[in-house]
Write a protein that binds this ligand. Structure first.
Ligand SMILES: *[C@@H]1O[C@H](CO)[C@@H](O)[C@H](O)[C@H]1NC(C)=O
Ligand SMILES: CC(=O)N[C@H]1CO[C@H](CO)[C@@H](O)[C@@H]1O
Length: 229
């Protein structure tokens, strides 16, 4: 059995998914598929879908696409429950979301057992400062613009995902499934992770270093730059 990583309670129970206008569908639903299935055997798990208000939140971003879907939040920032695990998806929205979203992330992350970010959800998290001093990765197609949002983050280019303590960041879109399965393996053991991958008929990345897309987009490590004024 893998050693437990979170100090507070042994079994993570309260999961949260943060959504905002223009979030990426698979960034959110890849990891959530894993959590949904995890709850088949771990029945005390609950998932809150958290947004600024309870209004449905669309994946659409400023008319960029003609097709999108809306998700109905279960909680707003004002009444979100205490969380063990928070998942932050990326997407075309995000940087222009209301300041209260960033404040909520800032307030919430220090209380979590685990933060999982997907794609440029890492950039969103970096913007709030919660990744400062950590190693992290993010979307490879948008590498340069994403890493610019976290000058105090040690950005690792060739990584499907990066774990730094209780913070797990992943590369683009489908990497969210790999990072969540890696977290499951660490938390509950590899057997359950393999089982969930098999149920999803998903081929797990063989290691966190398996990242062909950093080569495709010619991404390079960007070490933290501490700016001295
Ligand atoms: C993701 O990147 C795109 C393109 O740079 C940007 O428009 C968007 O705001 C970013 N989203 C997040 C959550 O960082
Ligand atoms: C909650 C959930 O999505 N469960 C699924 C887990 O995987 C099995 C096997 O494919 C499905 O039957 C469940 O619906």
């Amino acid at each position: 059995m893998a050693a437990s990583t979170h100090p507070k309670n042994l079994d993570p129970k309260n999961f949260g998914l943060l959504i905002y206008p223009g979030f990426e569908a698979l960034d959110a639903f890849g990891p959530i598929e894993v959590i949904n299935n995890l709850s088949l055997t771990h029945k005390d798990i609950s998932l809150s879908v958290i947004a600024a208000t309870l209004d449905p939140v669309s994946t659409l971003h400023k008319g960029m696409h003609s097709v999108g879907q809306s998700v109905v939040p279960t909680h707003s920032f004002n009444d979100a429950p205490a969380l063990d695990v928070l998942i932050i998806p990326g997407g075309w929205g995000g940087f222009d979301t209301a300041p209260e979203l960033r404040q909520w992330v800032r307030d919430t992350v220090p209380q979590l057992d685990t933060l999982i970010t997907v794609c440029n959800g890492s950039a969103l998290a970096a913007q709030t400062g919660v990744l400062d001093g950590r190693s992290a990765t993010t979307n490879k197609m948008l590498w340069k613009e994403c890493v610019a949002h976290g000058p105090k983050v040690n950005w690792v280019a060739k990584a499907r995902w990066v774990r730094d303590g209780n913070i797990w960041t992943s590369s683009g879109v489908t990497a969210g499934i790999d990072v969540t399965l890696a977290w499951v393996a660490n938390e509950y053991g590899d057997e359950l992770s393999v089982e969930l991958a098999n149920i999803m008929e998903f081929t797990r990345a063989e290691s966190s270093l398996h990242d062909p897309f950093s080569d495709v987009y010619k991404c390079e490590d960007v070490p933290a730059q501490v700016k001295i004024d």
